[in-house]
Design a protein around this ligand. Structure first.
Ligand SMILES: Cc1ncc(COP(=O)(O)O)c(C=O)c1O
Length: 338
């Protein structure tokens, strides 16, 4: 009989809390800003960055579910695929990686590594891949591979949010803002959910066209059960796509103002007929529009502002704008259940 998976790693294998190191750069010093890097990359050599945080409670849930196989999705260069393959080997789960697009041989280093860890790779054409969360696609995968514990793309779900929400409690120095990359939204959703009052989180979309992330972070926080308004997402720093960076600046940090309007295309309009978590029929709900700008980011970095919310006419005309509707039921933030 196969050994039962073990979802609890020996604590000695993990570097937690991860170290905090200060970045020194003249562009920061001249603006009297201090920036620290939380070295989550040192948490575990095979589960670095946000990976352990996002997998921790998922592995626990997988163990409790009695499943012996983890199935997840990702692009051909996905670090999440890599991490799930490694986690499967460490904790005794079989793993299946469903990869977007066609197979290319020889395998790239990410997929070659995943296969070395024992991950079974399969491929979905891009159209089917877009529907990967649909019951039809999942049923097809179950018919092919049998029962599995499903980890969504990027590992972002309520359990991942729970793990990421533990990060702020590791910070012992005073701070105003936590910044993180934002790819599927789980890390930002968790960090924001775990922040103490008065602190803010800013996610930097690594994707071109990352407007959808605003709704996604909100959905993930809803699923987790804690919805906060202490976060925003910067959409203009993707340098043209995932894993790209600006050329010419070497390793120097640059802080540059973004002086253009950004259409709040991710703003969702909700009609009163949509069901809201926690509301009963006929109950009054409060709806407000929260607007943040990069000016707010600069302000937050400079003076630890608590809440950045303005009416449109108070905003500078050249401000970069991100808007979001917040719905409050019984004084608690809510969101549509649809
Ligand atoms: C350290 C770190 N932070 C944040 C992210 C983005 O995570 P998410 O997909 O949860 O938005 C990544 C991407 O994998 C990451 O490695």
């Amino acid at each position: 009989m196969a050994a039962e998976p073990n979802s609890t790693p020996p604590a000695t294998d993990l570097v937690l809390p991860s170290p905090l190191v200060e970045l020194h750069d003249e562009s920061l010093a001249s603006r009297e800003v201090r920036v620290f890097l939380k070295r989550d990359d040192l948490i575990h050599p095979e589960l670095p960055g946000n990976k352990w945080r996002k997998l921790k409670y998922n592995l626990e849930a997988a163990g409790e579910s009695g499943q012996h196989t983890l199935l997840t999705f990702g692009g051909a260069y996905s670090n999440h695929i890599r991490a799930v393959a490694a986690a499967g080997r460490h904790f005794g789960f079989a793993t299946i990686g469903v990869i977007r697009g066609e197979e290319h041989l020889p395998l790239n280093p990410v997929l070659a590594y995943a296969r070395e860890q024992g991950m079974r790779l399969t491929y979905l054409d891009r159209t089917t891949y877009r529907a990967k969360a649909s019951p039809e696609v999942l049923e097809g995968l179950r018919r092919r591979f049998g029962e599995f514990f499903l980890l969504p793309e990027g590992g972002s779900n309520a359990a991942a949010v729970r793990g990421a929400a533990e990060l702020p409690a590791e910070l012992t120095l005073p701070y105003d803002v936590i910044c993180c990359a934002c790819g599927t939204g789980g890390t930002l959703a968790g960090i924001a959910a775990g922040l103490p009052p008065g602190k803010r989180a800013i996610g930097f979309s690594v994707l071109k066209g990352g407007e959808f992330l605003v709704d996604e972070v909100r959905r993930l926080q809803c699923d987790y059960g804690t919805v906060t308004t202490n976060w925003s997402i910067e959409l203009g720093y993707h340098f043209d796509g995932f894993a790209r960076r600006n050329s010419g600046s070497g390793n120097r940090l640059r802080i540059q103002p973004v002086n253009r309007w950004q259409k709040p295309s991710s703003l969702r309009s909700w009609s009163a007929s949509q069901p809201l978590k926690g509301s009963t029929s006929g109950q009054r709900v409060e709806v407000r529009l929260v607007t943040t700008t990069t000016a707010a980011v600069r302000k937050a970095l400079a003076s630890s502002a608590d809440e950045n919310s303005w009416t449109a006419d108070e905003l500078p005309p050249d401000a970069d704008v991100l808007q979001r509707i917040v719905v409050t039921v019984n004084g608690k933030d809510s969101c549509p259940t649809t």
